[in-house]
Design a binder for this molecule. Structure first.
Ligand SMILES: [Zn+2]
Length: 355
């Protein structure tokens, strides 16, 4: 069963409120959240069989008055056998991707902006990460506050794939948040901010780094899934897929998908190309993995327009960045662009990009 989450904690007062909500959450239906509904509700429950071999973890001592649910036991990624297959039956108990992925002639088109983040972490904790990929938590919070305040709401990539496949148009002002590479800060910093705004995200994790230091753990991934966030495939090792032969391609795509299914209990439904590298051979390997219904480019389609020449004596203004109209079709589902959000992206700019 899903672990309860206190989505309604935002704005409530102090520990007393938290304690009361924990007691309530222990008894209430886990799916009762304040998150905006999507046209295709992602109501899911963890399969019991998936964690049959889990190693129990330490549980907190229950107080006589407050029942705190123990952490869900989950196997560590490194303890799981390698499964180099996208066949749903290859991971016992994992939930397969719904529906066939063969309607390639579809011309149904959606216009759902997909935002791309990498790290949501204070600069002081970012180590050697590229500065343009490091968005401080307060900046992320301000960006999401602006979007929420303007009436925007989120769906995951999995829901977007389902909508595209079923020809369902999400409500206006629907967008997707994606966070790449599976750093720990996706849980420690981004997750609470997402919850505070009632948003969900798709986390593209590097499957071979699950449970490694500084990367998301199996337990954290389980908690994200329990909160209706989505875990996507970002290959085993963040390899440049265009440089690989058939066997290595299959390993990077299929084994990573299977590892995520082993850890979370759900097959991933989408993949993000490491560094945006793709070609026809890579797309063919992706389409052979029926569990992956979509793939997204790590590089956004952006147009940078130089500022007009200044009048004599005036200062040259900054260039203007605009994005090609984002769209998704089933026939083009392995080449879906994303919009890169940087630490310098102001809330006003973000709203302008999304239109
Ligand atoms: Zn990446």
């Amino acid at each position: 069963m899903k672990r309860p989450h206190g989505y309604d904690l935002a704005g409530t007062a102090g520990l007393l409120g938290v304690a009361i909500l924990l007691v309530i959450a222990g008894c209430a239906t886990p799916n009762a959240t304040s998150r905006p509904s999507s046209p295709v509700p992602a109501t899911r429950s963890l399969p019991a069989a998936t964690f049959a071999t889990a190693t129990p973890t330490a549980t907190p001592s229950p107080s006589p008055e407050i029942t705190v649910p123990p952490p869900t036991p989950r196997p560590l990624a490194g303890s799981l056998p390698l499964v180099n297959s996208c066949d749903p039956s290859s991971v016992s108990g994992a939930v397969a991707v719904p529906g066939p992925a063969d309607s390639s002639s579809s011309s149904f088109t959606l216009h759902v902006p997909i935002l791309m983040y990498h790290r949501i972490v204070p600069l002081a904790e970012a180590g050697n990460s590229i500065s343009g990929l490091v968005v401080p938590p307060e900046t992320f919070d301000a960006q999401l506050a602006a979007l929420g305040g303007a009436g925007w709401h989120t769906i995951t990539m999995a829901t977007l794939a389902t909508d595209l496949q079923d020809h369902v148009t999400p409500p206006a002002k629907t967008f997707v948040i994606t966070i790449d590479d599976g750093w720990y800060d996706g849980f420690t910093y981004a997750f609470p901010i997402l919850q505070r705004h009632g948003f969900v995200a798709t986390f593209y994790v590097i499957a071979g780094r699950i449970d490694e230091p500084n990367f998301l753990s199996s337990i954290q991934l389980g908690d994200l899934v329990a909160a209706d966030d989505d875990i996507g495939d970002h290959t085993m090792d963040h390899a440049n897929l265009t440089a690989l032969g058939a066997a290595d391609l299959k390993y990077q795509i299929d084994a990573a998908a299977a590892r995520i299914a082993q850890v979370t209990g759900y097959w991933p439904e989408s993949l993000a190309y490491p560094s945006g590298y793709e070609d026809t051979k890579v797309i063919a390997a992706l389409s052979a993995c029926q569990e992956l219904r979509m793939a997204v480019l790590e590089r956004a389609l952006e147009i940078v327009t130089p500022a007009r020449a200044p009048k004599p004596g005036a200062t040259q203004g900054p260039p203007t960045t605009t994005f090609l109209q984002a769209y998704e079709t089933w026939a083009y589902r392995f080449l879906v662009p994303r919009i890169r959000v940087t630490p310098g992206t102001t809330p006003a700019t973000l709203l302008a990009w999304l239109g």
